[in-house]
Design a protein around this ligand. Structure first.
Ligand code: MG
Length: 189
């Protein structure tokens, strides 16, 4: 006899669990991208990185890559294949940042859609599980990467010092929903 007390049935539970898995990053960095080190990449056998741009590499208002980011790219580039994949449509701004880092890029990536992301992974010619999707958002970056079978890394959003007091209502909502669906978002030591 069905339990009248239970608010969801088994089918609904399965759907929740599936979504929880799709929103689960393989690694929560709990820090900015520049702390993604060669040691971490080696530990997880990652040979390629598809990098989100806004608030993963640069604050959303930035027109240029910071010297710190350029240095990180220079250090990591000999070790892994790199692509940028932004949902931002601004060819001008994203293109300029990508070109200053000398990296291939995709604008209007439409994450969590897999279509354009697949282009970057295919270009790397690597097994998909050895390519990490790195981003600050669960419902776009992590969801897209998991849907494609990539390794997924969640980073803390990069913001301007002046915007430090700004809240992230969308990101906070995504974190809340993901955790409610069973995703664990505690940074690993
Ligand atoms: Mg972002």
């Amino acid at each position: 006899m069905p339990n009248a007390q239970c608010p969801i049935n088994n089918y609904q539970l399965l759907i929740f669990m599936t979504w929880g898995k799709l929103l689960q990053p393989d690694l929560v960095l709990g820090d900015s991208i520049v702390n993604l080190t060669a040691d971490i990449l080696e530990k997880y056998q990652i040979k390629g990185l598809v990098l989100d741009v806004d608030e993963t590499l640069v604050p959303i208002t930035a027109m240029n890559a910071s010297p710190e980011l350029s240095l990180w790219v220079a250090e990591i580039k000999p070790l892994v294949s790199l692509w940028l994949a932004s949902n931002n449509l601004s060819e001008n701004r994203i293109g300029r940042i990508a070109e200053s880092l000398n990296l291939p890029y995709i604008t209007g990536a439409a994450k969590p859609s897999r279509r354009k992301l697949r282009k970057a992974v295919t270009a790397m010619n690597l097994p998909v599980e050895q390519v990490a999707m790195v981003g600050d958002r669960l419902f776009t970056d992590v969801l897209a990467g998991n849907r494609l079978g990539m390794f997924t890394i969640l980073v803390e959003p990069m913001i301007n010092a002046g915007d430090a007091v700004r809240k992230f209502p969308v990101r906070s909502f995504e974190v809340w929903v993901s955790q409610a669906l069973g995703a664990t978002l505690k940074a690993k030591d």
